[in-house]
Design a protein around this ligand. Structure first.
Ligand SMILES: NC(=O)C1=CN([C@@H]2O[C@H](COP(=O)(O)OP(=O)(O)OC[C@H]3O[C@@H](n4cnc5c(N)ncnc54)[C@H](O)[C@@H]3O)[C@@H](O)[C@H]2O)C=CC1
Ligand SMILES: CC(=O)C(=O)O
Length: 309
């Protein structure tokens, strides 16, 4: 499958690199208004292909998107140290007003995969600008936060993160909700598993893991200016679920008819991802406090998005 990537900065190039290493695309096209950057990133990624899977990597104009099955949108500005994701909204909405029209003209059948922040509201912006059905405009949402949650839980429990089944819901941002009550390790509820391996989840551990997930972007941006490896791998994972019709359950964002009483809001829930995009949305059973936090997250996103309507 041909995959287009608009925005060849840190996130777009990391997604291209991860796709090349995973064998997630037969062709990758990078587009950026900085053409020299797109060409250089494509050339660099192409040099990894002989160590990975067959894939043609190139750069070009929007016309090169013809035939793409998925187009990743990673164009726009990123957070500076201390800045929140929501503060990027007006600048990136302006970028999308230009980019989406070009993508739709040249790749009318492509699923749009949104990475630019604030990713939930950018997903709503992309849905409105594209006129596509909601299941074909997918935000990476909390795929990255969920990976961070599984990784920290796995480290605490001394097991592989692949054996931890836990989701972060709601906004990809400060109001996100770690669904502790639905978390499992193996097939055991997480608290029971933790006791059995001698690593109980105390209030202090919970707070440390919550901050480790919720504040990860701020910490990494403080240290190296941006985040890219985690999200690059997450975007490649979503593309593969679509390309191979895997029907994988991933926490991603689409405009959702109703969440905790809030209508038509883009946020993350566990969703089944396959060739047609989002096939089904799952509503996990949540503890009372988690459901209230999810409602607050949905309300925040709804209000913030309303400023653009
Ligand atoms: N969804 C997630 O989990 C994550 C999202 N992000 C977001 O991804 C976005 C990109 O971040 P980075 O790659 O670090 O930024 P970057 O600054 O390295 O790359 C952005 C690229 O977009 C290009 N661009 C800007 N306007 C454009 C336009 N109109 N048309 C074509 N290209 C255009 C720029 O030339 C630049 O190369 C940011 O909004 C960032 O906040 C970053 C990390 C994780
Ligand atoms: C920057 C960002 O959204 C993240 O790393 O979570």
């Amino acid at each position: 499958m041909k995959v287009g990537i608009v925005g060849a900065g840190m996130v777009g190039s990391a997604a291209g690199y991860a796709l090349a290493l995973r064998g997630g695309a037969s062709e990758i096209v990078l587009i950026d208004h900085n053409e020299k950057l797109a060409i250089a990133q494509a050339e660099d990624i192409a040099h990894a292909v002989p160590f990975a899977h067959a894939c043609v990597v190139g750069a070009g104009g929007y016309e090169e998107l013809e035939g793409a099955g998925v187009v990743i949108l990673a164009a726009g500005v990123a957070q500076k140290p201390g800045e929140s994701r929501l503060s990027l909204l007006s600048r990136n909405a302006e970028v999308f007003s230009e980019v989406i029209a070009q993508v739709r003209r040249n790749a009318p059948d492509a699923i749009l995969l949104i990475a630019s922040n604030p990713v939930d509201i950018m997903t709503e912006v992309a849905l409105r600008a594209s006129g596509l059905p909601r299941e074909r405009v997918i935000g990476s949402g909390t795929i990255l936060d969920t990976a961070r949650f599984r990784s920290l839980l796995g480290t605490h429990l001394g097991i592989a993160p692949q054996s931890v089944h836990a989701y972060v819901l709601g906004e990809h941002g400060d109001s996100e909700v770690l669904a502790w009550s639905a978390a499992r390790a193996g097939s055991e509820p997480i608290a029971r598993f933790a006791v059995q391996v001698g690593a109980p989840i105390t209030g202090e551990i919970r707070e440390r893991i919550d901050a480790g997930v919720r504040r990860a972007a701020y910490r990494i941006i403080e240290g190296k200016g941006a985040t890219w490896y985690g999200i690059g791998a997450g975007l490649a994972r979503i593309v593969q679920a679509i390309r191979d019709d895997q029907r994988t359950v991933l926490s991603v964002s689409i405009v959702t008819p109703e969440v905790e009483g809030v209508q038509d809001v883009a946020l993350s829930l566990p969703r089944i991802v396959g060739r047609a995009g989002i096939l089904t949305t799952l509503m996990p059973e949540l503890a009372e406090g988690e459901a209230a936090a999810l409602r607050a997250s949905a309300e925040l996103l709804k209000e913030t998005g309303a400023g653009l309507r």
